[in-house]
Write a protein that binds this ligand. Structure first.
Ligand code: HEM
Length: 451
């Protein structure tokens, strides 16, 4: 990868980047580990690079100023009509994560109150309950048992999102819903990684899996809506059920379904991945676990952590921020340019695909000292705002950002004060597998023991 192309099938190149044959040769790497490929392209061509594909002209943008231009300063020029979001919408429909323009604005206005500060306190109490459940299970383990901590975090995160936003007790069914979500998302990832996919109506094995898992998700959502009856309530589901349009009509059941599936998908695997990596990193750095335990003991001596303690757990928060830096669950953020733009001095035509990767940006050596090392302390000071974007930025910033911090900080603080986590003999931090989120390949096998 060393040449500077001038055009791809008639589309002028405006930024340096690999040539077509280079990219074809790299096809195996792209499919196996797209992060590795993005890293190689950035290393070779710098903070803005163009891929040798004519339609759409595609750019990798890896600078705080470029990210800010696309997500904040000129956000209205960019839509989510990209292959990534189109694939995701096969599962989520037109929910808040994938919608655009006026539809998105209307949805965000309706849903925002479910995430206001007053709602966070309730969320905190659901986090405490889910944490207690995990603690009871961990306390009952025979000494030395190796468990997949990632699987525990998946279950706990799903319970929290369902209880907080839909006041639904999913403790019994959580593994079924988690499995359906992961199965559907696997198909989505496979689709987003290859340029040509068979149409959805063809009964290929992948399409059958997708249809089956989406049907399971639909059934779970229908159950939740039915269980609610006419009593709407103040959570997200309540808001969706009570909202009326200008003509006084309630929201269609299909729209409610799309939002609920969106929140299950967006709100559980992301947090669970972050938590899984946090435990893996803590196991690899035992002094970090000790310091979290000390902080929890001094903030809430002789009682469990509650929402009221959350803001004081500054070191634990730094551990979460550092985890999100190294393993940002949403490792890819894409946009489609509606009109021409200039990003970091490079002309970008209307229709261009913009690819940003928090994973890549978070390991940029000019932005971070020892970028590949785990140093939570760096987050005890201010960091450059657009160098750390695990939740995106601008108007489409993650609606669940504060929710995620409350959940992960409270859960890690409470569990780390009661348990030590360590790697099994010969164990090491798993490799990251960039699926919909960055998943630990082979799970997160750790030994958990009472302190
Ligand atoms: C560690 C956990 C999480 C991470 C890393 C994360 C990351 C992100 C990112 C990067 C975006 C912006 C995507 C873009 O601009 O293209 C986003 C949007 C979104 N997230 Fe999260 N998220 C997390 C947790 C949650 C939770 C807990 C919920 C809900 C309970 C949630 C719901 C959403 C929704 C609905 C959107 C779309 C918002 C909009 O466009 O208005 N996320 N998330």
């Amino acid at each position: 990868m060393s040449k500077r192309p001038t055009s791809f099938l008639g589309t002028p190149a405006t930024a340096p980047g690999p040539l077509g044959p280079d990219m074809l040769r790299a096809f195996g790497v792209i499919r196996k580990n797209p992060l590795e490929y993005l890293h190689a392209v950035w290393r070779e061509y710098g903070d803005i690079a163009q891929f040798p594909v004519p339609r759409p002209p595609s750019y990798l943008v890896n600078s705080p100023s470029g990210v800010r231009r696309v997500l904040v300063d000129n956000a209205r020029n960019y839509s989510k009509s990209t292959i990534q979001y189109r694939a995701l919408s096969l599962v989520t429909g037109e929910g808040l994560l994938t919608s655009d323009g006026d539809t998105w604005r209307g949805q965000r206005r309706i849903l925002q109150p479910a995430f206001h500060h007053s709602a966070l306190e309730d969320i905190g109490s659901h986090v405490s309950e889910a944490t207690e459940r995990v603690a009871r299970q961990w306390a009952g383990l025979p000494i030395g048992t190796v468990i997949d901590v990632d699987a525990f975090m998946m279950g706990a995160a799903l319970e929290v999102v369902a209880a907080s936003l839909m006041s639904t007790d999913l403790t019994g069914r959580s593994s079924d819903i988690a499995a359906a979500t992961l199965e559907a998302l696997d198909v989505v990832v496979a689709r987003a990684r290859v340029p040509i996919t068979p149409p959805g109506w063809l009964p290929t094995p992948a399409n059958r899996v997708l249809r089956r898992s989406v049907a399971r998700l639909d059934a779970a959502v229908a159950e939740m809506v039915e269980a609610r009856g006419s009593d709407s309530g103040e959570d997200l589901l309540g808001m969706l059920l009570s909202v009326r349009d200008d003509a006084g009509r309630p929201m269609a059941i299909s729209e409610i379904r799309d939002q609920l599936v969106t929140f299950i998908v967006a709100g559980h695997e992301t947090v669970a991945s972050a938590l899984g990596w946090a435990w893996g990193l803590i196991a690899a750095h035992p002094q970090v676990g000790d310091r979290i335990a000390q902080e929890a003991d001094s903030v809430a001596p002789d009682r469990v952590i509650t929402f009221a303690d959350y803001r004081e757990l500054t070191y634990t928060r730094a551990v979460i921020d550092e985890t999100l830096r190294l393993y940002p669950p949403a490792w890819l953020i894409t946009r489609s340019a509606l009109g021409n733009d200039v990003i970091d001095g490079v002309h970008v035509p209307a229709g261009a695909l913009i690819i940003m990767s928090p994973w890549l940006l978070h390991r940029h050596p000019q932005l971070w000292d020892q970028p590949d090392e785990f140093h939570p302390e760096r987050f005890l000071n201010e960091v450059e705002r657009f160098a750390h974007i695990p939740f995106g930025a601008g108007p489409r910033l993650c609606i669940g950002r504060d929710f995620s911090y409350v959940e992960s900080v409270m859960m890690v603080a409470q569990l780390a004060r009661r348990f030590t986590v360590r790697q099994p003999p010969g164990g090491q931090l798993p490799e990251g597998d960039p699926l919909v989120t960055i998943r630990p390949r082979g799970g997160m096998p750790l030994i958990v023991e009472p302190r």
